[in-house]
Design a protein around this ligand. Structure first.
Ligand code: 5GP
Length: 213
């Protein structure tokens, strides 16, 4: 009898957890549909809730979902790139109670001991230098990379390079929005790294936002 009661409670809890997750992901998709704007060249603008004005409630929900997806992964540091990755990364770091490091897009003159790599910017169509202090990315670190968008995977490849230079380990990558019509997802997953995206855009053709359900 007790066993049945325990099983009943567990089932109820699981159902609750699953429906909660569904609701979270639906909230993100609905928001993209409502406030997302298409621009030529396959660019999705989400300035209303991620990239300029930020919705901290939605941001927290997304961070909770990353924490759930990477729950079985050993992580001791969250890494991102300035500027748009910082908000989701700090939410994840806050929930996991772990330090958050953001790669800088310019090499500060006051900073020595840097790990440096070059990244091609999808939105600006040019290369930029990205660097992290060796003090904050160290051998043995188990790093979770968080960013806003996954497009061609160039920022992700740059982070793989920085983590390798540091002698650390990249244990996962989490993106708020992946654009599946670009190759970044395939390229990063082929490296064997676990890649998780919360919303996947199938296409922006004719300025119609098609989201994977
Ligand atoms: P990737 O390096 O994967 O080619 O591009 C990812 C980076 O470019 C992200 O850090 C993000 O800032 C920017 N990005 C790529 N595509 C988009 C997009 O459609 N909208 C916005 N707002 N940023 C994008």
């Amino acid at each position: 009898m007790l066993l049945f009661v325990v099983l009943y409670i567990l089932t109820k809890k699981c159902n609750f957890a699953i429906s909660n997750i569904d609701l979270l992901m639906k909230a993100l998709k609905d928001r993209i549909k409502k406030d997302g704007r298409c621009f030529p060249g396959g660019i999705l603008k989400v300035d209303n809730f991620i990239n300029h004005q930020m919705d901290p409630i939605l941001m927290k929900s997304m961070a909770v979902e990353f924490v759930r997806r990477f729950a079985n992964t050993q992580i001791n540091k969250v890494l991102t790139v300035e500027a748009s990755g910082i908000a989701p990364a700090i939410m994840v770091g806050y929930l996991l109670e772990l330090p958050v490091v953001f790669a800088k897009k310019r090499k500060p003159s006051t900073m020595e001991n840097m790990l440096v790599t070059e990244v091609f910017s999808f939105t600006k169509n040019q290369f930029y230098t990205v660097c992290v202090s060796k003090d904050y990315l160290q051998p043995g670190d188990k790093v979770l990379f968080i960013d806003d968008f996954l497009a061609n995977g160039n920022a992700g490849k740059g982070m793989i390079d920085l983590v390798q230079q540091a002698g650390a380990e990249l244990v996962g990558m989490g993106f708020l929005i992946e654009k599946a019509f670009q190759q970044g997802g395939d390229i990063l997953r082929q490296t064997g790294i676990r890649v998780e995206s919360l919303a996947i855009i199938e296409s922006l053709d004719d300025c119609q936002i098609k989201i994977r359900e």
